[in-house]
Write a protein that binds this ligand. Sequence first.
Ligand code: NAD
Length: 339
Amino acid sequence: MGFKISVIEGDGIGPEIMKATIKVLELLNEKQGLGLEFKHVDAGDKAKEKYGEPLPNTSFEVIRNSHCCLKGPIGETAGSVIVPLRMKLDLYANIRPAVTLPSIASLFKDVDILIVRENTEGLYKGIEDKTDEYAFSVRVITRKKTERIAEEAYWRAAKRKRKVTVVHKANVLASCRLFREVCLEVSRRHPEIQTNELYVDNAAYQLIKNPLQFDVILVSNMFGDILSDEAAAVVGSLGLCPAANIGERFAIFEPVHGSAPDIPKEYGNPTAMMLAAKMMLEWLGEKHGEKKLFKAAQIIWKSICDVLREKKVRTPDIGGNSRTEEFASEVMGKISLYV
Ligand code: NAD
């Protein structure tokens, strides 16, 4: 079976880390007959310059008609691309693993956290206004969407260490009180899973103080956005952390990070982007019952771990001075040994 993958290369370091990732996928495609077919689409800052809008309808149609989308980081127009894509395609679950990788200087060893973030409402719902004198953004929390993301978190926890931490600010916000109530209702359907709750400010503190206490973090949209950057710092770099935006029928895979405009374009760490591609292969594999996609995902994981363990080639964010493409060549060298 063939899979059409729509590809948004992104801005800043995006094109380089995407080029590196596509090379890895193409190598696996060729050696393992994965049936991946890539279709590049314009979206982001460059699309805005070219067409006057960051997500032209023609791009949206190509994305919608693909099996899934691999997305690089976008720059200033990110909010006008990924947020509408999440809403229009109902990609309700934002899944963000933060895992300690081999030989990476991190605050703690053996961190393995899965942030499960509601992706379609909360403060990013877009109900807002701004004048010179006042501005507001409405935070929308609904029972239906909270229940859906909570079930997702418990389903994932059942396959991991069976612990869910519900994060909110229910002592202050009415919207958080509903989020908390519904999450705790769902927790009662899953007595085999341990549940605890933390106020978001304490959760931010605990993430640095003792990240080993966390398994799955169940959280609303903006709090999850913030905590996942913090979790990336705990495991060593934003350049190491992937994300999946998952709905019933479609999914978009991207790094947690943005376009990193403060570093030279050719020095971005492609690990997060490559691990997003790994998550994509796993999602496709599960959806279509294709074992070889899982195998390819494992090969990406093992090859990246080998390269990091050897410490020969490292991008500056993790203490080296290698370029994106040098890191990618090493990963491809390792892949060749596994295929
Ligand atoms: P950022 O994530 O781009 O960068 C934060 C810090 O992490 C920077 O110091 C950067 O150099 C570093 N970093 C990030 N990714 C890295 C990588 N792969 N390798 C090495 N270092 C890396 O966040 P920001 O600076 O707040 O935002 C920059 C732009 O990205 C903004 O225009 C923002 O709108 C956009 N953004 C897009 C997305 C998205 O596309 N989903 C997400 C976040 C930010």
